[in-house]
Design a binder for this molecule. Structure first.
Ligand SMILES: Nc1ncnc2c1ncn2[C@@H]1O[C@H](COP(=O)(O)OP(=O)(O)O)[C@@H](O)[C@H]1O
Ligand SMILES: [Mg+2]
Length: 227
């Protein structure tokens, strides 16, 4: 079976004047297609840095990332953003929705941007909102939704271009317990449907939901496990 994610020896150093921070130090990771992984670590352990490297949002100081069998090194900027848009769906802690657009318009946006006919885009957006349990919020703007609902809109949007993997950076970090559970349940369903999920969290208790777990501490892998 092939790996959706494969990275070897990832190091990312940030230079700030005379000082250098090693945010990530020689991290390797593999995730088979259609499987899920939790990346766990305390604040500052390098989780976001790792997600950005694996998602092609940032470049490693050394090491190489393969996503769906392609080395991200081999792409120019345009090719990389095209590849990213069709392969990866991102979900962030603070939703990043457009405030003046409805749920349906937010989800349809990436489809319209990638050239899909707007009627078809809205139809697909409605289906995706149904899938995340929001058929009753289709025409709501973010202001009229709870944080958990906004995050589910963001998840529906991340699914719009049928990605092979969802990368989520502490998507429940800003939610109360009940909303957090709803969001995690939705992501579990997505994972069961055959989309890989890479979940970043500082919450050890979430790890049981994922097939693989990687623990980071001070930029290094301290533990790797499989269910
Ligand atoms: N753009 C940046 N410039 C300088 N240092 C950074 C930058 N981003 C992150 N860091 C540092 O790298 C380390 C890891 O950060 P990060 O990946 O955000 O950790 P986490 O997501 O686990 O909280 C921290 O020490 C952080 O301060
Ligand atoms: Mg972070």
């Amino acid at each position: 079976m092939s790996n959706i994610i494969e990275a070897k020896g990832l190091t990312r150093k940030y230079r700030d004047g005379d000082s250098t921070t090693t945010a990530l130090d020689n991290v390797s990771i593999e995730l088979p297609e259609k499987e899920s992984i939790a990346i766990i670590g305390t604040s500052g352990s390098g989780k976001t840095t790792l997600l950005q490297l694996l998602g092609g949002l940032d470049y490693p100081t050394s090491g190489e990332v393969f996503v769906d069998g392609k080395s991200l090194k081999d792409f120019n900027d345009n090719e990389l953003s095209h590849f990213r848009n069709k392969t990866i769906g991102f979900v962030f802690q603070f939703f990043h929705l457009q405030d003046y657009l409805t749920a349906k318009e937010n989800v349809a946006l990436p489809l319209i941007v990638s050239g899909k006919d707007s009627n078809a885009a809205y139809l697909r957006a409605e289906k995706l909102l149904e899938q995340v349990g929001l058929s009753n919020r289709i025409n709501h703007t973010p202001k009229k939704m709870s944080g958990g609902e906004m995050q589910r809109v963001a998840i529906a949007r991340a699914l719009a271009n049928k990605p092979k993997i969802i990368m989520a950076d502490e998507p429940t970090g800003n939610l109360d317990k009940e909303n957090a559970k709803n969001v995690l349940d939705v992501l579990d369903k997505i994972s069961e449907s055959g989309v890989s999920v890479l979940m970043i969290t500082h919450d050890e208790q979430m790890s049981h939901r994922y097939q693989h777990v990687l623990h980071l501490d001070k930029g290094s892998v301290i533990q790797k496990g499989n269910k």
